[in-house]
Every structure is written in C-alpha cells, then in structure tokens.
Design a binder for this molecule. Sequence first.
Ligand SMILES: O=C(O)C(=O)C[C@H](O)[C@H](O)COP(=O)(O)O
Length: 209
Amino acid sequence: MTMTLLEIMRTSSVIPVIAIDDPEHAVPLARALVAGGIRVLEVTLRTKHGLEAIRAMSAVPGAIVGVGTLTRPEEFAQARDAGAVFGVSPGLTSALVAAAKSSGLPLLPGVMTPGEVMAARENGFQQLKLFPAVPAGGIGMLNALYGPLPDITFCPTGGISQETASQFLACKNVACVGGSWLTPKDAIAAGNWDRITEIAKAASGLRLA
Ligand SMILES: O=C(O)C(=O)C[C@H](O)[C@H](O)COP(=O)(O)O
C-alpha cells in the first residue's frame, strides 16, 4: 500500500519521534504505540539501530513506519530498503532533493524560515516540517506563514508537548505535530509498555481543530 505524505499526515494528529537505543525495544514499543492508537511512527537515525528498528517495526500490524533524521543522501535508499514508507529530515539540501526523487521515498523536509519554505516549494514539496518548531517561533510563526504561503501544510516538531499540541493542531496550516514526548527514555528502558500505551492514548485523542 503506497500512501502519499498528506495521507500519512492525516492518519495521525501526532507522530512520535523515536530513538531506539536497544534493538530489543523496537517491536514492543511499536506494539504499545499502535495499541494506543498511534500508527504513524518516525524512527530516527540518531542511533545506530535505526535501520534495524525500522525493519522490525514495519512488521508490526497497523504500524506505518518512516525514517527520521535523514541528513545524508545515501540514507534514503537504505531506509526505503529497510521498509520505511516516508522520510523526515531536519532541513533540505539539493542532494537530499535528488535522493528523495531517485529513491521514491515521500519526504517531509524541515524548514524554519519563509525563504526555506519557498525553496522547498520550488522543489515540489508542499508538506513541510517546521523545525525546530518552538525555537523557530511556534504558533506565531505558523500563523504568520499562513498569510503569504497558505498552500503549505506543516508538521511542526521540536519543543511540543501533550499540553501544547492542541494549540498547534488548531493552526489552519497544521496537519499533525511531531514529538519525542510519547516515548520517554525511562519508560522504554524499564520496558513499561503500558505507560507508553497510556501516553499514546492521550495523544491519539488530540484532534485537528
Ligand atoms: O532527529 C530528528 O530528525 C529531528 O529532526 C529532531 C526531532 O524531530 C526533535 O528532536 C523532536 O523534538 P522534541 O519533541 O522537542 O524532542
């Protein structure tokens, strides 16, 4: 099943940004998130286990697994071959544009200024990650971007919490938000999957305004 980026963003109001320190955690973590109603999972390449985790989590029923922290062109084909169905990068370069096109992996590129939004749009990207969302200006920035650039849909990420997510989701140009708050390191290390499911349930109850 091939999904467009917009379909993926509309599947889930909240996308967890996941870093796997121990490959044994990948499958139970994915199951716990899916059990809580969170199906779209961004597995970052921040740790050396990222690709292995993507491979394992992709086999969990209901999970829609993407790759995060794409910063180098060669990572696109590697992540696609591991089973990722979308990719997220903290920024956009011409090499990443080319890698996204040649790999066929739908990419959500990171931007933080109006000029970067316009450059991304010139390269064919209309769904963008505002990163880092809160340091970049947060809700005020998103509302300001809507004026001149209303055709862009954002997934703000960076500094968002369960408490602030609904304010972001109320912005006209936001389809979903990303965040690491769904996967606290202490809960993962302790194998406290029930706690992750509870956090996921609270997050999946957040809706677009
Ligand atoms: O690793 C990546 O690819 C990133 O782009 C960074 C993450 O999206 C943010 O670090 C998540 O932000 P927090 O929810 O504030 O932890």
